[in-house]
Design a protein around this ligand. Structure first.
Ligand SMILES: [Zn+2]
Ligand SMILES: [Zn+2]
Length: 447
């Protein structure tokens, strides 16, 4: 599948600009960073170039052409950077637009020309109508799914095959509707970490009817996990956690697609494979893996929902405990902006065991076992899944950072904002794909 991905609200803004004149077609040229994935590309819109009146060679109710003076410098810019070029135009007379024979003729010339000028990356055509979009690869005509990513996740067109609704989902369809159920079913999710929170996520997503999974966990089940991993039993001790995850999914779904990756998400090549997902659940405690997913959320514009539990037991004071879920996506602050990552700890986590031994500043404090209670890991997971339901189906859920304070029995949405020019979530970093600051790629075993 090929996705054309906009950060919110740029798709809506582009649509408004192109439909400003209802009497004639309008055009624009977009530049996008192409990120290859297992079954296609994720084209990340980096720049939107809107022409002025004088930049058109021809502009009628059924035909539009931009002048070479406008188009050629942008074609050159795309070629120099290895970016994809997306020619975009409006059909102001159509609600759900369809490519015309004029479009077919134009692309028969433009497509091979672009492939010749700027080979190796796909070039596309985006069509804007009053209520819908259509998009395709210029030479092959392969349909492109158009996605807008922010606090919500909108799929604007070519969302895949028709989805048959199943009776077992009737009661949730009453809550978020048939369209909501279809959107959920088409979603490709990645779950990183299969502990207390990750196993609850997998359990819930499979019961909600999601069929496409990427599962990432390097660890095996030990006896002390059995108090909170959904689906894990005595017989799973010393078995990989992702085997349990697969079983939990197959209990609920007849023919799911599951990609199990038994490795740490910071290992070479592993983080990059998550670019196949539409939405990622971050269910790990390590700062290095959370930093990895934080990068992916903005570089590749894939929303990540981070979650966690805190339980602090100190002499002489009552137990402090809580749970949180936080969505990371373009337009929302990243974990660095919220001061939730520790650079020193990341550095230590990414070291080889020998480097750690030799490091005079290394303390073993992180290796101390933390308290863990299933009701709290499940609260964090439920907050995260409900947030995902809101992002995908549109059910109201204002908070994208929600904190549950156990002792006070209070649940609060918390406001936070991005720091200016943040190198991770700032405008410069969003949508860079394989360019810019790289992902973590360690070659040694992480533990
Ligand atoms: Zn057209
Ligand atoms: Zn940031």
């Amino acid at each position: 599948m090929i996705d054309l991905v906009f950060k919110a609200p740029e798709l809506q803004r582009l649509k408004q600009a192109l439909l400003d004149d209802k009497s004639r077609e309008s055009a624009a040229i977009l530049l996008a960073t192409p990120a290859a994935r297992a079954d296609g590309f994720r084209l990340l819109v980096k720049e939107i170039h809107l022409p002025a009146e004088g930049d058109y060679d021809c502009r009628t109710p059924t035909r539009v052409r931009l002048s070479p003076d406008f188009a050629i410098p942008l074609e050159r810019r795309a070629k120099d950077r290895g970016w994809s070029l997306i020619y975009c135009h409006s059909h102001p007379m159509q609600d759900r637009p369809e490519f015309s024979s004029i479009d077919d003729d134009a692309e028969r010339q433009l497509g091979p020309y672009m492939d010749y000028r700027s080979p190796g990356v796909p070039h596309a055509s985006l069509l804007v109508g009053n209520t819908g979009f259509d998009a395709r690869i210029m030479t092959s005509g392969e349909p492109i799914r158009v996605v807008e990513v922010g606090a919500e996740l909108h799929f604007a067109c070519n969302t895949g095959e028709a989805v048959l609704l199943e009776d077992q989902h009737n009661r949730q369809i009453l809550a978020f509707g048939e369209e909501g159920q279809r959107r959920l079913h088409s979603l490709r999710v990645a779950i990183v970490g299969f502990g207390g929170t990750g196993s609850a996520i997998v359990y819930q997503l499979s019961r909600l009817g999601i069929d496409q999974y990427i599962l990432v966990d390097w660890d095996v089940v030990d006896r002390t996990n059995l108090n909170r991993i959904y689906g894990a039993t005595e017989g799973d001790i010393n078995r990989p956690k992702i085997e349990v995850a697969e079983r939990v999914i197959r209990e609920a779904r007849a023919s799911p697609s599951i990609v199990p990756i038994r490795a740490d998400v910071t290992k070479r090549g592993v983080g990059r494979r998550l670019v196949d997902a539409d939405l990622i659940f971050c269910c790990t405690d390590s700062h290095a893996s959370r930093d990895q997913l934080n990068r992916i959320a903005y570089k590749y514009m894939i929303p990540v929902i981070d979650m966690g539990v805190v339980i602090q037991k100190n002499e002489g004071v009552p137990l402090f405990y809580g749970a949180q879920a936080t969505m990371l996506a373009p337009g929302l602050p990243c974990l660095w902006c919220m001061d939730r990552l520790d650079a020193k700890r990341i550095r230590h986590e990414l070291m080889t065991p020998e480097q750690r031994q030799a490091d005079p500043y290394f303390s073993n404090a992180n290796a101390v076992k933390q308290p863990a209670v299933i009701s709290l890991t499940s609260t964090a997971a439920s907050l995260a899944v409900t947030m995902a339901l809101s992002a995908v189906t549109g059910i109201p859920h204002r908070g994208r950072y929600v904190y549950y304070n156990g002792a006070d029995s209070r649940m609060n949405p918390t406001q936070s904002s991005s720091k200016p020019n943040c190198p991770f979530c700032g405008a410069e970093a969003v949508g860079n794909g394989d360019y810019g600051d790289p992902l973590h790629e360690i070659d040694h075993e992480s533990e």
